[in-house]
Design a protein around this ligand. Structure first.
Ligand code: GA4
Length: 337
């Protein structure tokens, strides 16, 4: 069965504040139908959820246990895995540009050697930690590749591995981020009107993000032109939330949307999320396939390397998406701005 709840544009302010029911796509349904739904969701919202995704429950549980285990340690022990450079343990400061949020996180490069080197400062049982992280990363990378292949099929690109090959590259710059949003205390809830930023607004610079969270709400997306924020419901609990990153927007010549999102701390319960950011190798050239271009749809972006784009985004504040600087007809050609 293909379940695809359609998101209709909100007509009143009241409606905008309601939780969004993102399309929920059953990956076990008929393949061509699934690829059509994925393309449609990527074009309309840049976000969708997948169920029957094939990632074993015990693989998810092992990773979640390690994550809860790490965040429940005393601060002094967690700090052994920090500060972020940009990888490692970070608390309240996001990235290196002074962005601040009510979140603590662990940012890991998916390279097994990097995991090996960091695991000693993260866990009292580094072997178990590595086993859980590597198992989870392999499973979500496979899921991301499957989704990227369905996207290519839906776009009718002849080489259907054109996007997934980036993530399968042994030098892929993919990341895993574990986020822990501690609950607000009652006093804070009164003071802040239940509206504190956990992770500020941004788009993901990579190709595709696969997000897993517990059942505590917090994710909001801004899919409308008026810039309003819409909460995403955390259900069903068996789903992964998938979103298009900036690099995939460029690879599809703007057909797929990399949509702004943020995470709020507005609950009395702890929110935990685990995000896999599928990225190419640093020297990879990002350019739209000629099959997606036509005399009426010429290149929107100039080709760039992943390294070039990553440096441009990492040197900025969270909300400063850089993709428009790479447009062919940009008013802002000066990257140093
Ligand atoms: C957003 C997506 C990923 O979490 C991340 C983030 C990165 C970081 O936390 O170091 C960035 C942010 C993210 C985009 C702009 C820059 C870089 C913080 C920041 C201010 C790991 C990523 O790849 O880009």
């Amino acid at each position: 069965m293909v379940v695809a709840h359609q998101l209709t544009p909100p007509s009143s302010r009241q409606e905008k504040l309601r939780d969004i029911e993102l399309p929920i796509i059953d990956l076990m349904a008929e393949r061509s139908e699934v690829s059509k739904l994925i393309v449609k969701a990527s074009e309309n919202f840049g976000f969708f959820k997948v169920i029957n995704h094939g990632v074993p429950q015990q693989v998810i549980k092992a990773m979640e246990d390690e994550s809860y285990g790490f965040f429940s340690k005393p601060a002094s022990q967690k700090q052994r895995a920090g500060p972020t450079n940009p990888y490692g343990y970070g608390c309240k400061n996001i990235g290196i540009n002074g962005d601040y949020g009510e979140v603590e996180y662990l940012l890991l490069h998916t390279n097994p050697l990097s995991i090996f080197q960091r695991s000693n400062t993260i866990s009292n049982d580094p072997t178990l930690f590595r086993w859980a992280v590597n198992g989870y990363m392999e499973a979500v990378r496979e899921l991301a590749c499957e989704i990227l292949e369905l996207m290519a099929e839906g776009l009718r690109v002849s080489d259907t591995s054109v996007f997934s090959n980036f993530l399968r590259d042994s030098d892929s710059d993919s990341l895993l981020r574990l986020n822990h949003y501690p609950p607000l205390q009652l006093l804070q809830l009164h003071n802040t009107r239940n509206n504190r930023i956990g992770f500020g607004e941004h788009t993901d610079p990579q190709i595709l993000t696969i997000l897993r969270s517990n059942d505590v709400p917090g994710l909001q997306i801004s899919p409308h032109e008026d810039g309003s924020w819409v909460p995403v419901s955390p259900h069903p609990s068996t789903a992964f939330c998938v979103n298009v990153g900036d690099a995939l927007q460029a690879l599809t010549n703007g057909r797929f949307l990399s949509v702004r999102h943020r995470a709020m701390v507005n609950s009395c319960r702890t929110r935990m999320s685990m995000a896999y950011f599928g990225a190419p190798a640093t020297n990879t050239r990002i350019a739209c396939s000629p099959e997606l271009l036509s005399p009426h749809k010429t290149n929107l972006y100039r080709p760039f390397t992943w390294d070039e784009y990553k440096k441009a985004t990492y040197s900025r504040k969270l909300g400063d998406t850089r993709l428009h600087f790479f447009r062919v007809q940009s008013d802002h050609d000066d990257l140093s701005e």
